[in-house]
Design a protein around this ligand. Structure first.
Ligand code: PSV
Ligand code: MN
Length: 424
């Protein structure tokens, strides 16, 4: 299914009058609104190829209808999202869940939807059919050199595939760790992992980045070899200038101060990218901003402040991606909601009066500091985000347009009611 330009225009004209009222009001309140809108138009959030199907837990998976059956259909789904919001202009592939057969055809298809390839993701956390050696006890950390070699070669293969597609970064997330005390010599596991990563790093093209993603627990429940930002930063520093830490919001222990982590990683020039989601307990899969929108805003507040301090380009200098799973929602609707939440938090962060905040900080005026941040957080900026969409040819209200156009019903007609996308 393709969404036609005229369908978006019809939706926008149906909603124009009420939008205009709200936009005029917020515009009168915010003098720098035009500069903010341009930043929003530029800002793109990659969609992972594994987030287009219904997710599951180890207790089951309740597949929805019309799920993409192959990479081409996943790209088509992201094309639909991008058409609706013009903010989802990139796809992140997980190998081997989504190995392209014909690279040029896939590249052309992706470009025809206005998308580019974001980071490539390797997978050494599952055993694949016919795989010689098992990752049951880890991959890059493994006590057996042959297993490490197999995992290294897989990562190098993923780089090659990324090169063929025009990607420029590799995300390495390792499930490596241990489930029981004594199972692992921590130092040896670290050293093995480092040496393995060094071999992968050596195969990295000069203009590529390597992202080392950390996770506090799962699937290992006693220790994770890249378990927190300290460990990731150690690896990234030892690897060299092309290696960075990747922050996945759901990969922290409860109540971790993620905004502080982000601020310091940026200060060190070692923040590479982001995986957005939300979580209440130990999951890392819920819609961005659905539970803790204030935290998401505080994170963006540090991102904007830290990137501006280094004259970084908000849209291009970090990798932005959603990493979520959708057990009970239509995946496409859920992704639209995540993008919206991210854009709202970003907009609010752009509106923080930095000079006033700095002055209040220097005067130890804690009350004022809080007022400055919370005033912005409590400002309804949705009309600004919608205006940015309108100007880039997207829908004023993407979820409403998605439903009005009966996208899911059309996808079910095309693909069938019982389809299962590859992924977790
Ligand atoms: C692991 O939980 C993770 O966050 C990594 O980014 C993986 O690539 C992704 O989820 C899918 O398993
Ligand atoms: Mn992730």
């Amino acid at each position: 299914m393709l969404i036609e330009k005229s369908q978006i225009e019809q939706h926008n004209s149906d909603n124009q009058a009420s939008h205009q009222k709200r936009f005029d009001f917020i515009k009168s309140e915010i003098p720098q609104v035009e500069a903010v809108i341009q930043k929003l138009i530029d800002f793109q959030i990659a969609i992972p190829s594994w987030a287009l199907g219904t997710g599951g837990t180890r207790f089951g998976r309740f597949s929805g209808g019309g799920e993409p059956r192959n990479l081409e259909e996943k790209i088509a789904d992201i094309g639909l999202l991008h058409k609706l919001n013009q903010s989802s202009g990139a796809i992140s592939l997980h190998i081997p869940w989504d190995i392209p057969q014909d690279y040029d055809a896939i590249k052309n298809l992706t470009a025809s939807h206005g998308l580019r390839f974001d980071a490539m993701n390797s997978n050494t956390f599952q055993d694949q059919k016919g795989q010689e050696l098992s990752y049951k006890f880890g991959s890059l950390q493994h006590v057996n050199k042959a297993v490490r070699k197999q995992a290294i070669e897989h990562n190098i293969e993923v780089i090659k595939q990324g090169l063929a597609l025009g990607s420029d970064s590799l995300t390495v997330w390792l499930a490596d760790g241990s489930c029981f005390p004594g199972q692992l010599n921590f130092r040896k596991a670290f050293q093995n992992t480092l040496e393995s990563l060094q071999e992968i790093y050596a195969a990295l093209p000069k203009d590529w980045k390597m992202f080392v993603e950390y996770k506090a627990f799962e699937p290992n429940f006693y220790s994770m070899t890249v378990g927190d930002w300290g460990q990731s930063l150690l690896f990234a520093n030892k690897l060299g200038p092309q290696a960075y830490t990747l922050v996945d919001l759901g990969h922290h222990l409860p109540n971790a101060n993620i905004e502080q982590i982000v601020s310091l990683l940026l200060m060190e020039g070692k923040l590479g990218g982001f995986h957005f989601n939300d979580s209440k307990y130990g999951d890392d899969d819920l819609t961005a901003g659905s539970l803790k929108p204030y935290q998401l805003f505080l994170i963006f507040n540090e991102l904007v402040e830290g990137m501006d301090a280094k004259n970084m380009n908000h849209a291009k200098d970090l990798g932005w991606m959603i990493d979520a799973s959708h057990n009970v929602k239509d995946p496409l609707e859920d992704l639209l909601q995540s993008v919206e939440a991210i854009m709202i938090a970003y907009t609010q962060a752009l509106l923080v009066d930095r000079k006033a905040l700095q002055q209040a900080q220097e005067e130890n005026d804690t009350v004022k500091c809080q007022e400055i941040l919370q005033n912005v957080f409590r400002t309804d900026v949705r009309a600004i985000v919608a205006e940015a969409r309108l100007r880039s040819g997207a829908a004023l209200d993407p979820v409403a347009a998605y439903r009005k156009l009966a996208v899911r019903q059309e996808l079910i007609k095309e693909r069938g009611a019982v389809t299962v996308a590859t992924g977790l």
